[in-house]
Design a protein around this ligand. Structure first.
Ligand SMILES: NC(=O)c1ccc[n+]([C@@H]2O[C@H](COP(=O)([O-])OP(=O)(O)OC[C@H]3O[C@@H](n4cnc5c(N)ncnc54)[C@H](OP(=O)(O)O)[C@@H]3O)[C@@H](O)[C@H]2O)c1
Length: 293
């Protein structure tokens, strides 16, 4: 029985929603933050760059949502981000597992190189980005801690806001060209789906590797065109470009971002919504926001 949850990275997109999810079912929630001005009894200071503190509150389940999540930042600062995403994260998990906490680690499809569609959970990790390498190493070391750990690999999470889409919308409004990757895409999952999934795995203590992505991959170019069409702009302003020159990719464009998500439906009865419904919901919010400007 779970009565308490610790959200490591309480200000993260996923962590914030997980906190609400647990609170809504009456669990005690403690979150960590590095924003000193927001500290409170249920918000404790934790900066993984400074190293993790041994004093971490007990909770039945903990979610490791804090980390350097930008591909660009990990590429530019590999050492500092490795300390955060690997060393401190693993040390923290060791403490938590020792305390008897069940630990959930959200991970990414970027632990793979994107050559295989619907890549299986037990496939060899082959990261090509620094971020992917760090997540892959953290995964491997966390799973060595035993059956009090689960790794949940997820593809791109979409919610009501996605700064890239907002930027495209502004450019289109000003009749500027939008360049979007035509050889790289996403198999997105909605934020609330991710939270329900991760929360269920955490509260039931379901160990091992879980994976979730939509079934269809959609390129950034297709999404930018859809935005132009739906927002009454001209999709002629949208050009497709290759992602090959995008520095953090290190010259390897991941062709596929889909993950074999069959365990979700087989064991939990979850099925990931289709890509376009997820993308359209985000675009609806992007377009709505433009009406307020
Ligand atoms: N969102 C996705 O599409 C996606 C996809 C696959 C996997 N994931 C994984 O899911 C987890 C959560 O992702 P997210 O998108 O919700 O994260 P996010 O919104 O990018 O937030 C990351 C959080 O980590 C905190 N943080 C950064 N450096 C820190 C440090 N040195 N010490 C302590 N906290 C630090 C940040 O604090 P501040 O708020 O103070 O800056 C921020 O709240 C991550 O592990 C990510 O790898 C996410």
């Amino acid at each position: 029985m779970v009565g308490s949850a610790l959200i490591v990275g309480g200000d993260s997109q996923i962590g914030r929603c997980l906190a609400s999810w647990h609170s809504a079912v009456g669990h005690r929630v403690i979150a960590t933050t590095r924003r000193t001005e927001t500290l409170a009894e249920h918000r404790q200071l934790l900066d993984l760059e400074a190293g993790h503190t041994e004093v971490i509150p007990f909770a039945d389940v903990a979610y490791l949502c804090a980390g350097a999540t930008s591909l660009q930042c990990c590429h530019k600062h590999p050492e500092v981000t490795r300390r955060v995403n690997v060393e401190s994260t693993v040390q923290l998990a060791e403490t938590l597992v020792r305390q008897g906490t069940f630990v959930v680690f959200p991970s990414t499809n970027l632990v793979f190189d994107g050559t295989i569609p619907f890549v299986r959970a037990d496939a060899e990790r082959r990261p090509t980005t620094v971020y992917g390498q760090q997540k892959a190493e953290a995964e491997r070391r966390l799973l060595e801690l035993g059956d009090r750990v689960s790794v949940v690999r997820i593809s791109k999470v979409l919610s009501q806001s996605y700064p890239l889409f907002d930027a495209w919308r502004r450019q289109l409004k000003e009749n500027q060209c939008v360049c979007a990757f035509s050889d790289m895409g996403i198999a997105p999952i909605p934020l609330e789906f991710v939270v329900e999934l991760i929360g269920t795995i955490g509260t039931r203590g379901l160990c091992g590797i879980w994976q979730a992505s939509a079934r269809e991959q959609v390129s950034y170019y297709e999404i930018a065109q859809r935005l132009a069409d739906r927002n009454g702009g001209s999709n002629k302003l949208v050009s497709g470009v290759s992602a090959i020159a995008y520095e953090p990719l290190n010259g390897v464009v991941p062709t596929h971002s889909t993950l074999d998500s069959r365990r979700l439906s087989a064991e939990l009865g979850f099925s990931v919504p289709d890509s376009w419904s997820t993308i359209d919901r985000t675009l609806d919010c992007v377009i709505d926001r433009s009406r307020d400007e």
